[in-house]
Design a protein around this ligand. Structure first.
Ligand code: ATP
Ligand code: MG
Length: 340
């Protein structure tokens, strides 16, 4: 299996001040991104998704710090990786855009407001290949914009002269400029325009099939995630509670929280249109319940669930952190051995 990026034992803290404690927004994250795959990350608001994306791309800012773990980037198949957590800013520059591109929640935050698109494209392209002359730069920038359905004359514009959707697409074009191996996308939580979001993600998917880069993306639209992602990681209370193929998450999710999320999406449930939100609310990271953080909301919880935190366990179709599922799987395994 060809791993591109490997997150190992990652903890991310938001450092507190004199009168506020630290908040651990990501705990024990272990997750690999395979070359060319589309990996989706889902979970309720404040589950740590953006924190994780920022940490894995080294885009995080104070007060966030990666307090433990590593993010190993394998530039070439089979080659030894580079730990991005330990890497200095200069070295990180080398990876940004050319190996790892980032399309964040606010396109405006990634584009420079006082520089015309043309110069932003030229800068990124030149950083990758100094030999490019002006004519080649112009052609390449126009070609990139065309890939996302924007006319080349937009190159003359400043970011604020474009609509929100155009800006997002321009940023996608820029993120593709140096043919990266990985694009990380964090979708707006306040889906300003759901239709636009879908269009943009469809565009990425099309380009992904053409160019073969890997995508890690976050969206609140679970149906979109299920449609697009090869694999999906589900986060709850700063931890990954399940990782499985998109088809498993959509048809046979294992963690009770994943099941709950799925039920909460009307388009995924039967035509009867029954829709159940998960009762209760997401945990406060400062006061996580003991044991499994989901246990107070879980209809399947047993005593053990409030006592011992479940580890991620390999189940027949999924990897999930749930005592109940693990015990069921153990039972089945035991029966199989007895029958043999
Ligand atoms: P959403 O779906 O709403 O985007 P998310 O899953 O991306 O949510 P994060 O933005 O990663 O969640 O936030 C996770 C937790 O980290 C928050 O609940 C909050 O406690 C903490 N956090 C986030 N940003 C900061 C910050 N700048 N300072 C302190 N704590 C923060
Ligand atoms: Mg977020």
């Amino acid at each position: 299996e060809d791993v591109l990026l490997e997150i190992r034992d990652l903890d991310v803290l938001y450092l507190g001040t004199e009168d506020s404690a630290n908040v651990k927004a990501c705990s024990d994250i272990n997750l690999a991104v395979r070359r060319g795959e589309i990996l989706g990350i889902a979970g309720e608001s404040a589950s740590g998704k953006s924190t994780l994306l920022n940490a894995m791309t080294r885009l995080q800012q104070a007060p966030a710090v990666t307090s433990r773990g590593s993010v190993i980037f394998h530039e070439h198949p089979g080659a030894d990786g580079v730990d991005l957590v330990g890497c200095d800013d200069r070295a990180m520059q080398r990876f940004r855009w050319s190996d790892i591109s980032i399309v964040m929640q606010s396109a405006m935050a990634c584009l420079n407001p006082v520089i015309r698109l043309r110069d932003q494209f030229f800068d990124v392209l030149r950083a990758h290949d100094r030999s490019l002359g002006r004519a080649r730069l112009q052609d390449r920038a126009a070609e990139l914009l065309q890939m996302v359905g924007i006319m080349p004359d937009a190159l003359n514009k400043y970011p604020h002269e474009l609509s929100g959707g155009m800006r997002q697409r321009a940023l996608i074009a820029l993120s593709l400029a140096c043919d990266p191996d990985l694009i990380v996308m964090d979708e707006p939580t306040t889906a300003v325009d759901v239709v636009m979001q879908r269009q943009i993600l469809n565009q990425i998917l099309r380009l992904q099939q053409e160019l073969g880069f890997a995508v890690v993306f976050v969206t609140h639209d679970l149906s979109l995630l299920l449609e697009m992602a090869d694999r999906i990681a589900i986060m709850y209370g700063g931890r990954i509670v399940e990782v499985a193929d998109g088809s498993t998450i959509s048809e046979n999710p294992q963690h009770p929280y994943t099941r709950g999320l799925r039920e909460a999406f009307p388009s995924l449930v039967s035509e009867r249109g029954k829709r159940h939100g998960i009762p209760g609310s997401p945990p406060d990271l400062r006061r996580l319940p003991s044991g499994c953080a989901f246990n107070p909301r879980c209809t399947e919880a047993i005593e053990l669930c409030s006592q011992v935190r479940p580890e991620l366990t390999v189940l027949p179709d999924s990897i999930a952190a749930c005592h109940v599922r693990r015990m069921e799987a153990d039972d089945i395994a035991a029966h199989t051995i007895l029958e043999e």
